[in-house]
Design a protein around this ligand. Structure first.
Ligand code: SF4
Length: 351
């Protein structure tokens, strides 16, 4: 299994070093200037539809492209106290969707409690699932739990062939993913009329942009169905963000400047107008608020008026709205081509 940047003592484990690298990129116009020329600066929220909770960096896998630098050695985990604050804050809003992510969010001791509480408030819940976690011993009843609570499963599967998936996510991860998808399918996930939604997420294995979503979705459906009898609802394609372990891969392989140039050349004003940070609030494992999960990993907290750091406890007392979103060079990953978020209907507005 690969090691996290932290375990390797790599200098890119520091968000400051990642931001320094992004700021020194020679091959593209600064992102805020590009947004200005598209009349999108400052970038403003359009109304929060998604309450995204990142419960921590612990994961059973160490994928090569992870923007979180998650892995088995990471100890950052959301506590019950912060999970309770999440639910208190959520209850004070009418935000319809709760999106739980990590690491492997299911391995957090408060994951099931968060799901139950959010569902009790009548909110739609999404679980960002790496699939192999469904086979981890103590999690064997997890598919039943997810089905019982009508949780939408958004599952990473880079490709429909083992070689590409294992190269990115680890040895035998493809086989485990297929086994986990089979478990979900048997419960009705991904099947017409069941109401149990199973969406897959594809990201490219190398330093290139994803192919068009519709064509790839048809290919995934055909190949996974034919070879493994797997069904699912939608395939989302995401662009690899030049942060975390993917940034390290780009630099190590000599692809960094070329990749950034590719992203900048593919800048799409329609995708830029529909980036997920405009309708998402992102909560870190310690309760700090961010505009998105990527800013979270770069330690760029949400700004509220003159304050540089806003915590969940502030959200309980005040509406966090109307403040410009913090952007930097990594944002080119969200504005290239068709855009890059797996927010379903909201994303489709960019296409
Ligand atoms: S990286 Fe975050 S802040 Fe930047 S455009 Fe994407 S979602 Fe918005």
């Amino acid at each position: 299994m690969a090691l996290t940047l932290v375990a390797r003592g790599n200098e890119l484990a520091s968000s400051r070093e990642q931001l320094r690298t992004l700021a020194a990129t020679a091959s593209c116009t600064p992102f805020h200037a590009r947004m200005s020329s598209a009349a999108l600066a400052p970038l403003m929220p359009t109304g929060i539809q998604v309450f995204q909770i990142n419960v921590g960096k612990f994961c059973n896998q160490t994928c090569r492209h992870c923007h979180v630098d998650a892995g088995p050695d990471r100890t950052e985990q959301m506590s019950r106290e912060t999970a309770q604050l999440c639910i208190r804050a959520l209850a004070g809003t009418d935000i319809p969707t709760v999106d739980i992510t990590g690491g492997a969010p299911e391995l957090n001791a408060n994951f099931r409690w968060l799901v139950e509480q959010a569902r009790a408030l009548g909110r739609h819940v999404m679980d960002r699932c790496n699939l192999s976690v469904l086979l981890v011993g103590p999690q064997k009843d997890l598919p039943d739990f997810l089905a019982l609570h009508r949780v939408e499963v958004v599952a990473s599967l880079p490709y429909f062939r083992p070689a590409q998936t294992d190269a990115q996510r680890g040895d035998k991860v493809f086989a485990k993913s297929i086994e986990a998808l089979g478990l979900l399918n048997r419960l009705g996930y991904g099947r017409e009329g069941s109401g149990l939604v199973l969406n897959l997420v594809h990201n490219p294995v190398g330093a290139f942009l994803p192919a068009r979503q519709e064509g790839l979705e048809a290919q995934f459906k055909r190949e996974l169905g034919r070879q493994h009898g797997i069904v699912f609802n939608r395939l989302y394609t995401i662009t690899n963000m030049p942060i975390g372990r993917y940034l390290q891969f780009l630099l190590e392989s000599g692809n960094y400047e070329g990749y950034m140039q590719r992203l900048a050349n593919a800048f799409n004003p329609a995708a830029a107008a529909a980036v997920m940070c405009r309708h998402t609030i992102s909560i870190g494992w310690d309760g700090t608020l961010y505009d998105c999960d990527f800013n979270q990993m770069l330690d760029l907290p949400l700004k509220h008026h003159a304050r540089e750091h806003v915590h969940l406890s502030d959200l309980i007392d005040a509406e966090i709205a109307g403040n410009p979103i913090r952007v930097a060079g990594h944002c080119y990953g969200c504005t290239a081509g068709q855009g890059s978020s797996c927010g379903g209907a909201l994303r489709e507005a960019a296409e």
